[in-house]
Each structure stands twice: as structure tokens, then as C-alpha cells.
Design a protein around this ligand. Structure first.
Ligand code: TGC
Ligand code: FAD
Length: 392
């Protein structure tokens, strides 16, 4: 396929909502995806390898922490620009978008929002450039949807804290230089801390044999009496709302990102349907295939609009966590349905690695689970409209 002439789906002229800067940012990431990611991603996925060299390139592109101010070495853009960056990256691969969303929303954001000036100066410029890579540890072996019951602990030992526990299913863990880790103190208060590779008792075993996000590294964060200097505690936050605020940013990025995966599947299916002939006609001429294509286009368009609207609200600091849950849930399900229907349009060819659709389907099975499962997001909406929390 000629990716260099790629134009994104824009059935309702939504591009008119974007500024010149938004469109420029989108184009630069799109060009990089076409030039540097598309040619290598299938092999990386097949071989279950994260192409580590892209970290520096993503840093140079401004894809890390794009909404963090320029004085910390980041791009100083708005939340819609962040969404568009995630969308273009996920058109390439959800695993690559994952690397950028963890670095941006789950590592740079908490340091920027909850850190002191010294911590910001020490870490943010290097994270923005991709000279450091970060991970975010909230989920534990016994606590996924219910992070408030976490068992990881810090104990005050005078000059430093002692950290014990384990985090599981952590994106970037095996390659991370630092990890933002959430742990409870003696008062059962959740605290955020910056754990650095090399600290004694800290290890990051790799999770093997994944059939999803194979081009992204996942692992554990294990803490065995790790001494954490007091200056590594994020001073300006306590309580579960700290990690949850980071998740709001990441979930927002995912709601945009998955539109990219859906667009890639649609594009692939449309081109295939126009070329593939059966019964002496392109399969695109059959009503049943047109129904699939028309419905896919409709669903992508609706997802674009709700993502854009919440982007506007987020730029005004008015997007509620429940609104973000709604678009994360809707758009991930949309992308999975689009991917499955697109795959059917390709018939048997759809299951091969010659086309990106099966890879997107496998990736999206993680995306519908992480950052809050599909069901948890529905319950968050249910709580918001009834005032009754059905998850406990
Ligand atoms: P609950 O009692 O409702 O709340 C505890 C405190 O947190 C506050 N809060 C939020 N604040 C800001 N934004 C949000 N979205 C918030 N949600 C809750 C809440 O106001 C309260 O504050 P305060 O001051 O009153 O104490 O909490 P709960 O224990 O009942 O749990 C609620 C639930 C289930 C909705 C929530 O915990 C949840 O969302 N669970 C899902 C867990 C999750 O999303 N984990 C994600 C891990 S990270 C990840 O997956 C990264 S993937 C990376 C990649 O892209 O590769
Ligand atoms: P569980 O919480 O055990 O849920 C199992 C099932 O029960 C789900 O279907 C769920 O919806 C349902 N369920 C649970 N509670 C309820 C309820 N109250 N009502 C109804 N149904 C319920 N975490 C991090 O902290 N950092 C990361 O970087 C990170 N990266 C990840 C990368 C990958 C590839 C994956 C797959 C996960 C990652 N996660 C990460 C973890 C992810 O956030 C969790 O997997 C997710 O929150 C769900 O937790 P769980 O897997 O323990 O499922």
C-alpha cells in the first residue's frame, strides 16, 4: 500500500475544527509513522521485540509530554494536539502509542503536576527527549480494577523510605530508567514515588508470551526493601486521586489513539474491497460489503466527534473523569468492531501478517482491558448518572 499518499477519514470535515498547528503536528507524526514505523512494525510484532531505537525519534518529534510547557523541554501544545499524536501513532501500532502515552500521561504528567521544581528540572527535559524512559506502577498481582486495595507499602525510616511489594502488567517496565510507583504509607495514604533503575532491591522481570502488544515491552516492578530517598516522593499529592488523575490523561489519549487503529483497518479494507474480484466483480460492489464499509465509516466519524468535543472541554479544564471514561469505552469498542469487520472483508487474507488488521485486533484486546476495563468504564458512567457506585 502507498502510505505516503495517506489521507485520514474525514467524512464530516472535522479537520475544520483543527488549528494549523494541530494539522502540522498530525502531519509530522503521520510522516514519521509512514516512513519509519510502517516498514518495521510487522516484523517487530512477529518477533515480539520492541524497536527501542524509536524512543529517541519520538522524543525528537515532540511526542512525549506534548502538553507539558516548553520550559521543561516539551512541546507546550494543547490536549487536542496530544490526541492527534496518539491517533497517528496508533494508526501505526497500539503498542507504540502505549509507549508514548505512558511516558506522557503516566510519567511526565505526575512529575509535572505533583512534583516539586527540582524534580521537574531533573526529569522532565530528559523524558521529553527520550533520554530517559519511564513506567507507571499501579496494578498489582492481586489488585487490578481495584487499585485502592493495593498492598505495596512504604515505611518511613528516618532519612529515607523502605519500599516493599510488586506491580504487574507494567508497560515499559523492562526498559524503564525510572518508574512512578504508587504505594501506601503507614497511615494507609496512597503516595507517589520516583523509583530509579539501579536502586538496590528493585527489579523489572519481563512478561513473556503475550499475543497482544507484542511490539511493546511489559513487565513487573518488584521491590524488596528498596531504600527510597525522601526527595523521590512526589510532594504535592496524596490519595488514590493522584494515579486516577494520571489515568484521566492517558484514557483521553487512548480514546483518540484507537481511532487511528480503526482508520488503518478501514483504509486497508476499502482498498482491498475495491481490488479483490469475485463473481467477476470487485467485492466492493456487493451490498453486504458496502454495508460493512458504510457502517465502519459512520462509527469512526462518531468517535472522531466525541473525542474532539472532550478535547475542547479538556483544553478548558472542564472534561470530567466520567466524560473521559465514556469516550475511552465507546471508542475502544468501536475500534475493535471496525477491526473485526474489516478483517472479514479481507476473507482469508485478513488473518495474515501481510495486512495490519489482525495485529490491530490482537492489540486492541489489551486496550479494551488496560486503563480500566470496558466493564469498569460502563460502571463509572452508571455511577455518574445514578450516583450509585455499582463496582463495590
Ligand atoms: P473511589 O472511592 O471512587 O475514589 C477514590 C478517590 O479517587 C478519586 N477518583 C478520581 N479522581 C480523579 N479522576 C478520576 N478518574 C477518579 N476516580 C476516582 C475519588 O474522587 C476519590 O477521591 P477522594 O479525594 O474522595 O479520596 O475509588 P474506588 O476504590 O471505589 O475505585 C473506583 C474505580 C473502580 C472506578 C477506579 O479505581 C478505577 O478506575 N479502576 C480501574 C483501574 C485502572 O484503570 N487501572 C489502570 C492502571 S494503569 C494502566 O492500565 C496503564 S496501561 C498503559 C498503556 O497505555 O500501555
Ligand atoms: P481484574 O480487575 O481482575 O478484572 C477481571 C474481570 O473482572 C474484568 O472483566 C473486569 O471488568 C471484571 N471486574 C472487576 N471488578 C468488577 C466489578 N466491580 N464489577 C464488574 N466486573 C468487574 N497497569 C499499570 O499499572 N501500569 C501499566 O503500565 C499497565 N500496562 C498494561 C499493559 C498491558 C498489555 C495490560 C494487558 C495491562 C496493563 N496494566 C497496567 C494493567 C491493567 O490496567 C489491568 O489489567 C486492568 O486494570 C484490569 O485489571 P486485571 O487485569 O487485574 O483484571
Amino acid at each position: 500500500m502507498d502510505y505516503n499518499n495517506y489521507k485520514s477519514v474525514d467524512y464530516l470535515n472535522i479537520d475544520e475544527f483543527y488549528s494549523e498547528e494541530h494539522l502540522l503536528v498530525r502531519q509530522s507524526i503521520r510522516d514519521w509513522v509512514n516512513r519509519s514505523l510502517k516498514p518495521i512494525i510487522d516484523k517487530a510484532n512477529h518477533e515480539h521485540i520492541f524497536p527501542k531505537h524509536i524512543i529517541k525519534e519520538l522524543g525528537e518529534l515532540g511526542a512525549f509530554g506534548p502538553y507539558i510547557p516548553e520550559k521543561y523541554g516539551a512541546a507546550g501544545l494543547d490536549h487536542i494536539a496530544y490526541g492527534l499524536i496518539m491517533q497517528e501513532l496508533e494508526r501505526g501500532d497500539s503498542g507504540i502509542r502505549s509507549v508514548a502515552s505512558v511516558q506522557s500521561s503516566l510519567v511526565m504528567y505526575p512529575i509535572y503536576k505533583f512534583g516539586n521544581e527540582e524534580q521537574r528540572q531533573k526529569y522532565l527535559p530528559k523524558l521529553a527527549k527520550g533520554e530517559l524512559i519511564g513506567a507507571f506502577g499501579l496494578t498489582e498481582p492481586n489488585h487490578g480494577s481495584d487499585p485502592g486495595s493495593m498492598e505495596t507499602r512504604i515505611i518511613n525510616n528516618g532519612d529515607y523510605y523502605i519500599l516493599n511489594g510488586a506491580k504487574m502488567w507494567i508497560t515499559n517496565a523492562p526498559i524503564a530508567d525510572i518508574a512512578i510507583v504508587w504505594a501506601k504509607d503507614e497511615n494507609n495514604e496512597v503516595k507517589g514515588l520516583i523509583v530509579e533503575r539501579g536502586m538496590k532491591g528493585f527489579s523489572t522481570p519481563k512478561t513473556l508470551n503475550k499475543w497482544s502488544l507484542r511490539a511493546s515491552e511489559t513487565g513487573e516492578l518488584v521491590f524488596d526493601n528498596v531504600k527510597i530517598p525522601k526527595e523521590n516522593i512526589l510532594p504535592n499529592i496524596k490519595g488514590l486521586k493522584g494515579p486516577m488523575m494520571c489515568l484521566n490523561s492517558a484514557r483521553f489519549g487512548i480514546a483518540w489513539g484507537v481511532i487511528g487503529a480503526a482508520m488503518d483497518c478501514y483504509d486497508t479494507a476499502l482498498n482491498y474491497a475495491l481490488e479483490r474480484k469475485q463473481f467477476n466483480k470487485p467485492i466492493a460492489s456487493f451490498q453486504l460489503q458496502q454495508k460493512k464499509l458504510a457502517e465502519i465509516l459512520t462509527e469512526i466519524t462518531k468517535a472522531q466527534l466525541i473525542a474532539w468535543r472532550v478535547g475542547v472541554l479538556r483544553n478548558q479544564d472542564k472534561a470530567s473523569p466520567a466524560q473521559i471514561s465514556l469516550i475511552k469505552r465507546n471508542n475502544v469498542e468501536m475500534a475493535l468492531n471496525v477491526a473485526r469487520n474489516s478483517r472479514q472483508i479481507l476473507g482469508a487474507m485478513g488473518i495474515t501478517g501481510d495486512y495490519p488488521i489482525m495485529r490491530h485486533i490482537m492489540n486492541l484486546e489489551s486496550v479494551i482491558t488496560y486503563e480500566g476495563t470496558h466493564d469498569i468504564h460502563l460502571l463509572i458512567t452508571g455511577f455518574d448518572i445514578t450516583g450509585i457506585p455499582a463496582f463495590k
